[in-house]
Design a protein around this ligand. Structure first.
Ligand code: TYD
Length: 214
């Protein structure tokens, strides 16, 4: 049976990651793969309810982190683990790297607490109790916060995070860079390029890593 592939997309708001989801899904389907497309916070009825609270309600950074990880736990148990066990490609718009970037970098929350929550939520699996569930590949859309802010301006009504000042996104971007420095699963994409060039970078990286073969 084909092994599941867990692929996540990350980047600051306005980096353009969501605009490549359709093409990514089509690319994997053309390889004969089943694709489970999902997002965080969200992906289950409970996690989508929590998403509404996280994106709209003011709250302290610990509360926000706990809700994000509670949503993630439900998402992993209900959707991600079963899909990977079936051999699907799980295409997930954001995952835990976003928590280290937004709550850790952006809001300045304690990374040790986030690491503890990460171990609780992504560890302790019967098949491999010592290993954490992590993406196989993380496509990181890296873009200067000033350019992202220009792209977002006027695009839609901003949510709680999108309405933050550019300084917040500088810290989020630094959070992503710190996570990427530690993890070879990260593929850095220069998201300042035109959309089709960004797509070429993504496709080339997936071929280079053997995730796409045909
Ligand atoms: P996003 O993925 O950009 O969705 P949309 O394109 O519909 O706006 O929005 C999710 C927001 O949630 C984004 O601003 C980042 C934030 N977020 C966190 O703060 N922590 C997390 O752990 C995750 C997954 C997202």
């Amino acid at each position: 049976m084909t092994a599941g592939l867990f692929l996540t997309l990350e980047g600051i708001d306005g980096a353009g990651k969501s605009s490549h989801l359709d093409a990514l899904e089509a690319l994997f389907r053309a390889q004969g793969r089943e694709v489970t497309r999902t997002r965080e916070p969200g992906g289950t009825p409970l996690a989508e309810t929590l998403r509404g609270l996280i994106l709209e309600q003011p709250m302290d950074a610990l509360t926000e982190s706990l809700l994000v990880f509670a949503a993630r736990r439900d998402h992993i148990v209900q959707v991600i683990e079963p899909a990977l066990a079936r051999g699907d490609v799980v295409l997930c718009d954001r995952f835990t790297d976003a928590t280290f970037a937004y709550q850790g970098g952006g809001r300045g929350f304690d990374a040790d607490v986030l690491s503890t929550l990460e171990r609780w939520v992504q560890g302790g699996r019967p098949a491999d109790p010592d290993a954490l569930l992590q993406p196989d590949i993380t496509i990181w859309f890296d873009l200067a916060p000033e350019i992202a802010a220009e792209r977002l301006a006027g695009a839609r009504v901003p949510d709680k995070f999108e309405s933050q000042p550019v300084e917040f996104f500088r810290n989020v971007a630094a959070g992503y860079a710190a996570r990427a420095a530690d993890a070879p699963r990260f593929v850095r994409i220069d998201a300042s390029q035109a959309r089709d060039q960004v797509w070429h970078q993504i496709e080339a990286a997936l071929r280079q890593r053997g995730a796409v073969t045909q």
